[in-house]
Write a protein that binds this ligand. Sequence first.
Ligand code: CA
Length: 658
Amino acid sequence: MKKRRRTFEICMTGITATLIACNGPAESKKPNIVVILADDMGWGDINANGNDLISTPVLNRLKSESLSFDRFYVCPLSAPTRAEMLTGRYFLRTGVSSVTRGYENMRTDEITIAEVLKNNGYTTGCFGKWHNGRYYPQHPNRQGFDEFVGFPVGHLGYYFDAFYLHNDEEKQSEGYASDYFTAKALDFIERNKDNSFLCYIPYNVPHSPFQVPSGYFEKYMAGLDSTLASVYGMVENMDENIGKILGKLDELELAENTIVIFLSDNGPNTERYNGGMKGRKGSVDEGGVRVPFYIKWPGKIRAGVKQQLAQDIDIMPTLLGLCGIKYDPLKSIDGKDLSPLINGKGEEFDRLIFSRQGNQVLKNCNSSVRNDRYRLVLTLRDTMLYDLKSDPGQKNDLFSKGSDIGNSLLAKLVNHNTELISAYEPVTTIEAGFAEEKSFTLPVQDAVLSGKIKYSSIHPNQSHTENWIQNGDSISWTLNINTSAVYKAELQYGCPESETGSVFILRSGSSEVSFIINKPFDSQILPDRDYVKRSESVERTWTWMTAGNLELRAGSERITLILKEKKKLDAGLIKSVRLTEVNPVPVPPYPKSQIISGMDIDWTNHRRHAQGSDNFQLTWADDDHQYGIWGDGDGFAATNGKYRVSMGVARIEEIEND
Ligand SMILES: [Ca+2]
């Protein structure tokens, strides 16, 4: 029997690294990439697009210095657009079908542009709104971003001094959201000025709730209503912040080697000027999906306007094309590489741009398709066809008049929808309890509520629960736990002194803990800074208490929080449960490794040693496995060639017998 040992390969870049086709080392310094994404800003919210009400000097200048794709399309809603932009694939293929309750989650094995760039030597950062999954595998750090400062869900409840994730840790910020994200992006650019970097800045404006520093609002209150004044104030503040980003690139003399892209994620969130187009956010009509798109690369991309139809799925292949990065996708890319066209070497071409509503039951979703001239819109009740050349406002439906083009577009749209829907697999289950994960938080918006317990708003994203008034009522989360472990459970809550003393049970499949809310915390609604009455939940102050230890077992788990015995009228307000692994075992940074501690090794009998890496001192093999000691030297002790492993041993690779 012949034994062959596989290549001894240490892969340090995380779970997905092994899935990415490697394309060799980066050549001389590749261009930096800055992608700036607005949230709910329409095509018409830029002064240079014919809006005399708003002041956007930076975007005006960026437009004049950029190549604009005048007919650029995204999805009608946020999470779908982000997934399409990051992967180059239609959103249903990525696991995303909507915007809340896990339907915004993008599969962790989707390969994002950040992962490809990282694999080609780039440093990658994301500063702002993620909205493609909040749990461990879907977090930006596991989707190719070295750094993340921002929030994972669809909107913030409060835009000042907000709590954000800094990678996996929650920290409180200072100041206004857009200013904070900008400061973090500037810092990232400064620190990485000598590397090639991807800096993705998905601002969360002018998304509601409508909060903006007062000066920006007041400027627009002369003559405009408070909604419009808020929206335009938020956009003007963002415009200034974009100016800081562009200024930093100039200051560091990076502008010449940096590709800057600006776009928005869907149409405008209110009725306002949008160039006369029909539809707004959420609509598959022109106004819901057409957004500004500017791409700037001084000396490399000639400024001007292209009429070529283009789409969010083109961004990844186009950027890789512009950077000269060869990429052999493991999953089909739907977008087109527009870099030849941008470089003046390609011809414009007609194509079909498909749009889906993305917030309904799949079969109920409105959808549309357009080519160079026509848009066909399909709803549950109607099919409509518009000639956008003669009727850009979509006022005259031509479908009922019968035409070959209408039937042909309808057939293509139905085929497209059928293909995507039949292959769609959601990734809504909460994935948690990974060995590398220190703790995870289960917000109540991802739970199922029973009895009289209610959410604080119809919008789940940042809601809390209230009305804990009936014994036996509960909330529960269904999870898939990756690794069995014991967790310290903590409750995020508010409860006035007069109501303390209620008894709760927190239960998993194999254990439960009983606890009492004894410590009062008078949860306060944060000061009202809304310029428009909000539909989202109010934001409050919260505190934490330890509930006790809970065992979670690998596989399907259910965690249930039950009100066992209320003390008086109402047991409190509950926001989330946090689970932190108790005394986690140190885990080697290799995907296939295991802990096998407490082992004696007679060094004199082993063939290999001293691999020369700082955190990899010793390796050896037996008949079945190849091993290594992981650690910085503290984890083992040696005398005369005998080693006692006390800290941890990583199994690296199995040996193949063939
Ligand atoms: Ca949006």
